[in-house]
Design a protein around this ligand. Structure first.
Ligand SMILES: Nc1ncnc2c1ncn2[C@@H]1O[C@H](COP(=O)(O)OP(=O)(O)OP(=O)(O)O)[C@@H](O)[C@H]1O
Ligand SMILES: [Mg+2]
Length: 328
């Protein structure tokens, strides 16, 4: 049996709420996630389920929003980073933890050449000379496979293609050897061929640097390709998690089953594709009981009354469903 890998990141009972006018939006409402060292964990779930807010909570990027971590802990190598000061947090960002966003244009500085941006990033976290930082930046750019890396260092973000910008983002994120990379839909804006190249690149760099990745995506095909483990989110909670094989071949939660049934498989008629009826509930008025019950064909009274905790299905496979616990 393979030795148990330690958790590099552990999110426990995380609650991140937004205070908007008279409302409280419970975007993240009790998330539990464990990222094992050297592995890739996929976070999947429909739009609005709280994937990005979970990532922003880990990065400490809620300042400037009305969001607040209400409860819970985020352990980075055993240290709870929810309540550290801003100075320490700034050091973590781009140091031990880096993030790649869906649309790189919004996270690259439009008026600074890409070379300068990478160099500044390096110098913020590493005690090295500008000359050394430039050398490192160039090496990293070459690794990402951008054509004519030297030349590209002198260009501005708007002069690059979407795929090139995403490579620059990856170079920036990986250049300080972060232990953890959070990738929030990094390939959604790209066409399929470029998407495959970017995934390849992330996999190669991950192996080289031995980093661990939290990979947020809508795309279960991508999950099957690059993830070791999966956490399925619904209404601000993880409803099922486990290794990629268990989730794909023995899904337990009706929501996970619904998601899988809505993915086209090779050779299958597209018309037969199912989709989950109904919509994700409004996070301002979450239902009592299991949040999926209003859309679940198997729901019974208990599901509408009481929210299930995780049932342990063995081998680290967890599911929040009364049915799988044989409790209804
Ligand atoms: N700054 C904010 N202020 C108020 N509500 C917010 C804010 N950011 C996110 N939310 C709300 O939190 C909920 C979760 O949003 P989040 O962006 O985490 O979803 P997501 O799972 O990443 O969706 P997608 O797949 O569309 O990216 C949504 O209902 C969203 O409207
Ligand atoms: Mg998102």
């Amino acid at each position: 049996m393979e030795a148990q890998k330690e958790n590099i990141l552990e999110i426990k009972n995380l609650h991140t709420w937004f205070y908007t006018g008279n409302d409280i939006v419970k975007s993240v409402d009790g998330v539990d996630i464990c990222l094992k060292r050297g592995t890739t964990l996929g976070i999947v779930g429909e739009s609005g389920s709280g994937k990005s807010v979970t990532a922003l909570s880990v990065m400490g990027l809620l300042t400037g929003t009305r969001g607040k971590i209400e409860k819970g802990s985020i352990y980075l190598e055993g240290e709870d980073i929810v309540r550290i000061n801003e100075e320490k947090r700034r050091k973590l960002r781009g140091g031990k933890i880096s993030m790649i966003f869906q649309e790189p244009m919004t996270s690259l500085n439009p008026i600074m050449t890409v070379g300068k941006q990478i160099v500044e990033g390096i110098m913020e976290h590493q005690q090295i000379s500008r000359k050394e930082a430039k050398k490192k930046a160039l090496e990293m750019m070459k690794k990402t496979g951008v054509p004519r890396a030297e030349h590209m260092m002198k260009e501005y973000p708007f002069q690059l293609s979407g795929g090139q910008r995403q490579r620059v983002m990856i170079a920036m994120a990986m250049v300080s050897n972060p232990g953890i990379l959070i990738a929030d839909e990094p390939t959604t804006a790209l066409d399929v061929t470029i998407q495959a190249q970017i995934l390849d690149l992330m996999n190669t760099l991950k192996k080289e640097t031995e980093s661990s990745i939290l990979f947020i995506t809508h795309d279960l095909g991508v999950v099957a390709e690059i993830c070791d483990d999966v956490a399925v989110m619904y209404c601000g909670k993880v409803v099922e998690s486990g290794d990629v094989r268990s989730i794909f071949f023995q899904p337990s939660h009706p929501y996970t089953k619904g998601l899988l049934a809505s993915v086209p498989r090779l050779g299958e008629e597209i018309e037969e594709l199912e989709s989950i009826p109904g919509n994700v509930p409004n996070p301002r008025e979450l239902p009592k009981g299991c949040k999926f019950a209003p859309r679940c064909a198997l729901a019974v009274d208990k599901c509408r009354e009481e929210e299930p905790d995780f049932f342990d299905l063995g081998n680290g496979h967890l599911s929040r469903c009364w049915q799988c616990g044989g409790q209804t």
